[in-house]
Design a protein around this ligand. Structure first.
Ligand SMILES: [Zn+2]
Length: 324
């Protein structure tokens, strides 16, 4: 057995000094546990890097993420009941969540690990993923209401605690976007809706997997976050730029369809050159050209970059799992 080294003892459990650093995280409706936890970890690491050993205070809020009893859903519960108190709190002086607050943890640790990885219980990994073989319907709301009509915009705004604005770009007017489309079995439950501007509604994927829809919104929010600042005063834009942010959206409208699909496969689904080189993109390009000029709809699927990127990704996973 290798001996445990305690080499950085000097920074451990040292009483925090100086002004507190206030950290704030809103677990967005489109963040699941797997995306939220590493972000909290990153924020804590950044704070230690910029203001070493200062007391850290984290305010954690949750948007949406409700179950049918109006409690928190699985992802938010796991954040509030497990990740925050067990993993994050040792590195904080104060923690405030919607369910409890911990004040004055004098044993704030400052030896923050270099990396955090989210893992799954051994042997149960598969149950956490979308079943690519049977392509089932996967919704967030486990017990859907029996509504036959759309919830009002106000009901969605209240559920998400937002104004009448697009979740991705904060633009308006907004439309009620199904997470899982009704034609694929999506319900009229408020939890199956997002508010999106017409442009983002047009881009959002029409697929049977709610988590893939939310992952896309999360990705699009990062991709297009520049547009949020478009109407901001110049001094605010300057501040955002100085802090490494973007204040103009990236224009993807001129991108060719398949180039846009490839962009999404790379940036949303994490494809590397290896994955791309395993496909015949020439044929695919030709295929889409034929499809464009000779057909309107392909198997009744509206031609959306996001839907096609998801389908390519899932198709690749299916092929890979068969060749094992
Ligand atoms: Zn938008």
């Amino acid at each position: 057995m290798p001996k445990k080294k305690n080499k950085r003892k000097s920074t451990r459990s040292q009483a925090p000094k100086g002004k507190a650093v206030i950290l704030y995280h809103d677990m967005a409706v489109y963040e699941n546990f797997e995306r939220c936890a590493p972000r909290i970890f990153e924020v804590i690491s950044k704070a230690q890097e910029m203001r070493p050993n200062s007391p850290r205070i984290l305010y954690f809020r949750v948007q949406g993420h409700r179950n049918s009893a109006n409690g928190y859903d699985h992802d938010a519960w796991e954040m509030i009941r497990h990740f925050l108190p067990d993993v994050a709190l040792p590195y904080l002086t104060e923690l405030h969540t919607p369910l409890y607050s911990v004040k004055d943890n004098r044993r704030q640790k400052n030896d923050i690990p270099d990396e955090m990885r989210v893992g799954y219980p051994k042997g149960e990994e598969k149950s956490f993923w979308y079943d690519i073989e049977s392509l089932p319907l996967r919704v967030r709301e486990t017990e859907a209401s029996n509504r036959k009509t759309y919830p009002t915009k106000r009901a969605i705004m209240e559920y998400l605690d937002i104004g009448e604005e697009c979740l991705i770009c904060w633009g308006s007017p907004v439309e009620r976007a199904h997470v899982v489309p009704a034609s694929l079995g999506g319900s009229m439950d408020v939890r199956n809706f997002a508010l999106l501007c017409a442009d983002h509604h047009k881009q959002a994927p029409d697929i049977a997997d709610a988590e893939a829809f939310w992952a896309w919104v999360d990705y699009a929010e990062l991709r297009d976050s520049g547009s949020k600042w478009q109407r901001a005063p110049e001094e605010v834009k300057l501040w955002v730029k100085e802090h490494g942010g973007r204040t103009e959206p990236i224009d993807h409208s001129e991108m060719e369809f398949l180039a846009a699909v490839q962009f999404e496969l790379r940036h949303l689904y994490g494809w590397s050159d290896r994955e791309f080189s395993a496909m015949s993109w020439d044929l695919m390009n030709e295929y889409h050209r034929v499809l464009d000029s000779a057909t309107g709809r392909h198997f009744a699927v509206e031609k959306k970059v996001s839907t096609h990127a998801w389908a390519y990704h899932v198709a690749r996973l299916r092929l890979a799992s068969r060749s094992k």
